[in-house]
Design a protein around this ligand. Structure first.
Ligand SMILES: NC(=O)c1ccc[n+]([C@@H]2O[C@H](COP(=O)([O-])OP(=O)(O)OC[C@H]3O[C@@H](n4cnc5c(N)ncnc54)[C@H](OP(=O)(O)O)[C@@H]3O)[C@@H](O)[C@H]2O)c1
Length: 254
């Protein structure tokens, strides 16, 4: 490097919006994007968590309290991000919930929660942020939509049926949107993490299954949320003509 020049950080031109940024993979991704120079909007319901993270990340971060199951809140969030930083050109639809239970128990309230958040929440996140993403792509700038699905979309286990179905839906959505918008330069990347340390398992509504999963996880070689964040950050840092369309991330050993 020429003396006096400073290296540009890989995401220094980017404006990111990340749903589910209050914990786990979303929090780690926001932290990594900020370290890589992006301005980052943190979307989640727990205002105390995203306010604290924004304070930690500094002026390049903005907390936007948002329930992604409410389309109007997502529209308001996209407008807030645009007013503060400009339209987001790097959107991570990450917020999700997992319930696990024997199918015959028909826990319809939990099915509904997963469908509302894991499918409708992703659809509305894309809808709310798509104009900004396409504007960036049309202007020849990098534009990324990252959808956080799960390995559960293609690896099946008893009790995970509805969660798996919601994740298979967004895996298919990502592939379809890539075909629809790839020609305009929008990269749509599907992320399928394996078991990752986060708060996800703590929210499983079924007491016995929650405990069973927690015991099973303690014996596994889990990934960290930072492992997933690093994979995402690497993919979206490629030059605009390169698209790593799927990230399937496993621990090396089961
Ligand atoms: N951990 C794993 O093993 C694993 C594996 C594969 C895929 N995934 C996927 O990774 C994504 C992130 O999960 P995680 O593992 O990081 O779990 P997590 O720590 O529980 O994070 C979930 C995030 O979603 C947010 N969220 C939940 N309901 C929301 C709502 N209505 N509106 C806005 N945000 C909402 C939560 O924030 P608030 O509660 O503050 O709103 C939280 O920030 C999920 O889509 C999950 O399915 C996780």
């Amino acid at each position: 490097m020429v003396e006096g020049m400073t290296a540009q950080k890989p995401l220094s031109t980017r404006i990111a919006a990340i749903t589910g940024a209050s914990s786990g993979i979303g929090e780690a991704t926001a932290t990594r994007f900020a370290a890589d120079g992006a301005r980052v909007a943190l979307l989640a319901r727990r205002a105390d968590r995203i306010d604290a993270l924004a304070a930690q990340l500094g002026a390049s971060a903005l907390a936007v309290t948002t329930d992604v199951t409410d389309p109007a809140q997502l529209d308001a969030a996209a407008a807030t991000v645009e007013a503060a930083f400009g339209p987001a050109d790097l959107v991570v639809a990450n917020a999700g919930i997992m319930h696990v239970a024997p199918f015959h128990e028909a826990r319809r309230d939990e099915w509904q929660q997963m469908i509302s958040l894991n499918i409708m929440g992703v659809l509305d996140t894309v809808r709310a942020f798509l104009p900004g993403l396409l504007a960036a792509a049309d202007a020849g700038r990098p534009a990324d939509l990252v959808i956080v699905s799960s390995l559960a979309a293609r690896q099946y286990s008893p009790g995970f049926g509805v969660y798996a179905a919601t994740k298979a839906a967004v895996t298919a959505l990502a592939a379809s949107l890539r075909v629809e918008f790839g020609g305009r330069g929008l990269r749509v990347t599907n992320v399928e993490p394996g078991v990752t340390d986060s708060e996800l398992g703590e929210r499983v509504g079924h007491d016995q299954w929650r405990e069973m999963l927690s015991e099973r996880k303690a014996q596994m070689n889990s990934l960290t949320a930072t492992d997933i964040a690093d994979a995402i950050a690497d993919a979206v840092s490629r030059r605009a003509g390169v698209h790593i369309r799927e990230l399937v991330v496993h621990p090396t050993t089961p």
